[in-house]
Design a protein around this ligand. Structure first.
Ligand code: UD1
Length: 367
């Protein structure tokens, strides 16, 4: 029997591990697949709801690390995950994405001589001011196997000294989850609940570079107020953003006309909104991919992206915090019928996790 541990910690991890968990079920009991939840995100809406909606197995371990500074959070995950690795002696640790839990568990496993597989490897924004870029680079530099979502990942890892034989372009497990949930979207009542009439656009914003700086957040808030005069916006607010809006005395923004505010949403409700939206304004990484897959225009409130394939399809445009660029992109998105947006990749087909698990099992003797 082989034992595999997959780690999940924060909201954007859960949809990436769900199809991996499902795919390993076909190989039980020869393969024991354990989920470790670090507890980086802990609220029902940021965590538990995803397990329920995506039918993810109950984690074998909850590390309950909670919020904290980067150092505190990363260190706490390492301390707790080391105990799990020593107890369980897994043959492989799988980490996904680029959050603090990803890098913490990769380092911990590697120092115990446990091989590490990184799903969503090789993505680079080339912006070391982003905590996620640091996490991505460190995780990739010590991983044994890289599973790639897009060709840029391979080019980046080759430049960083990886050998082709250890890299596998498999597609996107986050899109696997989107394919899984699509037939269930009609179960969501979020459109009625928020009393939304179409057309509307979705807004999400939580990146430290946009919301942690008073001047930057104030400027974005002003631009968004202007945007809301052109099209209704729905803004599910991340806890970090809500706290900063209040801290910087911008709470009047939460009453502005043309913007429907709500708390962070569960996966089913968010995907229902996205699927019915005209376009999306975001600083998220994953939403750029989800929008591209659904062939929606995506106006990205960042200067760079680690997911360049989303720009190549014609879905995504990077506008930073430049008000002229934002207004221009919003005008184009309002008048777009989506026909100019190409499909992302044949590999974004809902079956990436099956490919990943097959590769891991084929490599069994090397584990
Ligand atoms: C983290 C990830 C980011 C990802 C984002 C998605 C890192 C470095 N960043 O950023 O890549 O895009 O998750 O959400 O790992 N909080 C709650 N409830 C929770 C979790 C957090 O209220 O369940 C609040 C806390 O006040 C916390 C703040 O949100 O301080 C930020 O959470 P944290 O995990 O530190 O970073 P995110 O901004 O969520």
């Amino acid at each position: 029997m082989k034992k595999i541990i997959t780690v999940a910690g924060a909201r954007p991890n859960f949809m990436k591990i769900a199809p991996i968990d499902r795919a390993f079920k076909n190989f039980a009991p020869e393969y024991e697949h354990l989920i470790v939840h670090t507890g980086q995100h802990y609220d029902d809406i940021m965590s538990k709801s995803f397990f329920k909606i995506l039918d993810i197995s109950e984690p074998a371990y909850h590390l309950n690390v909670g919020s904290g500074s980067h150092a505190v959070q990363t260190a706490k995950v390492m301390i707790e995950f080391e105990k799990v690795c020593i107890e369980e002696k897994p043959d492989l640790v799988i980490v996904v994405g680029d959050v603090n839990s990803t890098v913490a568990c990769a380092i911990t496993a590697k120092k115990l001589h446990i091989p590490v597989a990184h799903i969503e490897a090789g993505l680079r924004s080339f912006d070391m001011a982003m905590p996620e870029e640091i996490n991505r680079k460190i995780t990739d530099s010590i991983s044994n196997i890289a599973f790639l979502t897009e060709p840029s990942g391979k080019a980046n890892l080759l430049k960083e000294g990886w050998e082709s034989k250890n890299m596998h372009l498999v597609g996107n497990t986050m899109i696997d989850s989107l394919c899984y949930i699509m037939p269930q979207l009609e179960k969501s009542d979020i459109l009625e609940k928020l009393n939304l009439s179409e057309p509307f656009a979705i807004l999400t914003m939580h990146r430290p570079s946009n919301v942690d700086d008073r001047e930057q957040l104030t400027s974005l808030v002003n631009i968004l107020e202007q945007t809301a005069k052109k099209i209704n916006l729905v803004f599910p607010i991340h806890p970090r953003t809500k706290a900063k809006i209040n801290e910087f005395g911008l709470s009047k923004f939460l009453e502005v006309n043309g913007i429907t505010f709500c708390d962070a949403l569960n996966y089913l409700d968010f995907m229902t909104l996205l699927n019915n939206s005209k376009f999306v304004l975001t600083d998220s990484g994953g939403i750029q991919e989800e929008a591209a897959f659904l062939r929606k225009p995506c106006v990205t409130l960042r200067e760079n992206t680690e997911r360049p394939i989303t720009c190549k399809t014609g879905s995504n445009i990077l506008v930073g915090n430049d008000s002229d660029k934002i207004i221009n992109a919003v005008n184009n998105a309002i008048s777009s019928d989506g026909n100019n947006i190409a499909a992302v990749s044949d590999l974004w087909d809902g079956k990436a996790a099956e490919r990943i698990v097959k590769i891991i099992i084929d490599m069994e003797n090397n584990l």
